[in-house]
Ligand binder design. Structure first.
Ligand code: FES
Length: 120
């Protein structure tokens, strides 16, 4: 089933929006580079609604022992315990054993469209 999420202007770079597929929340994200991705909206850690979190950068240690930021707006941080998820793959950066389901997103005629299974 295809769901119209919003118009492209309603989801600026670096922002998220939650849509419901039946009882299941789906978080649609637009990265800093302008790409669209969607992941299941329950945190795989303890079930927080990820739509209450925010998109951020990937933070890694650099060669000098400092911090380096990359991949603007590709990391979704959970509002409860700050686990972080890569919205491009659904993989949890904090605990790689955890993963979120991902969904296809596309833009057509100025609208953001999400393909989800039929809600039951
Ligand atoms: S519920 Fe999301 S990090 Fe714990």
């Amino acid at each position: 089933m295809t769901v119209v999420v919003c118009g492209v202007e309603e989801l600026p770079r670096g922002s998220i929006m939650t849509v419901m597929n039946g009882d299941t929340p789906v978080v649609v994200a637009r990265t800093g580079a302008g790409e669209y991705h969607a992941v299941r909206g329950w945190c795989a850690h303890q079930g927080a609604m990820l739509g209450g979190g925010r998109l951020t950068w990937l933070t890694c240690e650099d060669a000098r022992g400092g911090y380096a930021l990359s991949r603007a707006g590709e990391i979704l941080r959970c509002p409860w315990h700050s686990f972080e998820y890569d919205v491009t793959t659904g993989r949890c950066v904090t605990d790689p054993k955890l993963r979120l389901r991902t969904y296809p997103v596309r833009v057509e005629d100025g609208n953001v469209l999400l393909d989800v299974p039929d809600a039951t």
